[in-house]
Design a binder for this molecule. Structure first.
Ligand SMILES: *Cc1c(COP(=O)(O)O)cnc(C)c1O
Length: 385
């Protein structure tokens, strides 16, 4: 028997989340962002559920090959553009849209021989200071691209640093509006947080200035929300946004231990029992992708890392090790939980109860993105409805 741990990819949840985002997007077309192997879910696994998207956005050329190999004939966008001139041959062969974020990429394109002209996405650095041209260089880059026979269309784009937080997007929207004023072409600005928080037609007064239509624009680029993690947790949960977990990590209890007061658990004796209690030893550890830093002391006032035992909430007790972790069974009779019982580390339990990945991530001092992307290769993944 294989080690009793598996990850489930919920295809109906993926399709439902995409549908939910499409509603939020209004008339805009939707890129499903599938970078990092679909945020750890596997491109091939999510593809059937996400075929209703208008395009797939990613950054690895090998991943673009995989999307084409699945039979996708619509747009595929390289979010970081090409890394060297040779990559343009792949773009021509696979008909990839590619981001232009620095001038050298225009030089490469000008020297590239292709029968079919490319659609490019010209990216503005509107304040995040990661990728993109500065506003003063933007128009000149657009003019250069517009004059190239290799270019069929130019989409105008930028990316937000604070769509999920109090600073918001208005300051960057202003820079974008100014830099792109009077330029023709489609626009794309919104990630999940911008789309959900700032894309609503009835958005708050602060957003009225930016304009929900401009946030949705022609193309939106949701990633994390497709996978059922809230882009602005803990301010809003997935339930608030109407999203469902697309990944569940489930394992079983391998052994139980009965502790007396003063007994400790695991490496570093991070948990000390203060009364008699039972714990379950679960077949999941940091080598499976579970965060080792998750709080586990059980001390009053310390953060608690939640788990579901047979769908009921419990908590981590004792430090996470490579292959195992330990959970509190004090609320469960021997009939209710024991060897073989299901423990859901995140996602949906067998009985349908949900533990949002965001809750576990928050306890561990990280975000849902990191946990999904870190799911280890040794964990078997199964697609279910
Ligand atoms: C990753 C990424 C997205 C998607 O962001 P989420 O927060 O996952 O919705 C959108 N646009 C760009 C440029 C990205 O790199």
């Amino acid at each position: 028997m294989p080690r009793p741990i598996e990850a489930l990819v919920h295809t109906q949840a993926l399709a439902g989340n995409l549908q939910r985002l499409r509603l939020a997007a209004g008339d805009a077309r939707v890129w499903a962002v599938v970078k990092a192997d679909a945020y750890g879910h596997g491109i091939e696994r999510v593809y059937p559920a996400l075929m209703g998207a208008d395009g797939f956005a990613l950054l690895d050329l090998a991943e673009a090959e995989r999307v084409r190999a699945l039979g996708w004939r619509g747009p595929v966008l390289l979010l970081e553009g090409v890394f060297e001139p040779r990559d343009l041959e792949t773009c021509s062969r696979l008909r990839l849209w590619h981001t232009i974020h620095r001038e050298e990429q225009i030089d490469w394109l000008a020297a590239h021989k292709t029968r079919d002209a490319h659609t490019v996405v010209l990216k503005l650095n509107s304040g995040m200071n990661r990728l993109g041209l500065q506003p003063r260089a933007f128009r000149q880059a657009w003019t250069r691209l517009d004059a190239l026979a290799q270019v069929e269309a130019i989409v105008l784009a930028t990316h937000f640093s604070d769509a999920d937080g109090p600073r918001g997007i208005a300051h960057q929207m202003e820079v974008f509006a100014e830099a792109t004023r009077d330029l023709p072409g489609e626009r794309s600005v919104a990630n999940s947080a911008a789309l959900l928080r700032h894309g609503r037609a009835d958005g708050g007064a602060a957003e009225a200035a930016a304009g929900a239509d401009q946030v949705r624009s022609d193309w939106v680029r949701p990633g994390i929300a497709v996978y059922g993690s809230s882009p602005d947790h803990p301010e809003h949960t997935i339930a608030h946004w109407g999203l469902l977990p697309a990944m569940s990590l489930r394992a079983r209890i391998l052994a139980t231990q009965s502790l007396a007061p003063g007994d400790t658990v695991g490496y570093g004796s991070r948990f000390t029992a203060r009364e008699p209690l039972r714990i379950g030893v679960v077949a999941c550890g940091y080598a499976d992708g579970y965060p080792r830093g998750a709080p586990c002391s059980g001390l009053p006032g310390e953060p608690v890392t939640p788990v579901l035992v047979n769908g009921r909430r419990s908590r981590l007790l004792g430090r996470v090790s490579m292959d195992m972790l330990t959970v509190d069974l004090s609320g469960f009779s021997a009939d209710e939980a024991g060897v073989g019982s299901e423990v859901t580390l995140w996602g949906r339990a067998g009985d349908g109860s949900v533990l949002a990945i965001d809750e576990v991530a928050q306890a561990a001092g990280t975000i849902g993105y990191e946990l999904m992307c870190a799911l280890a290769r040794r964990v078997t993944v199964r697609c279910v409805d």
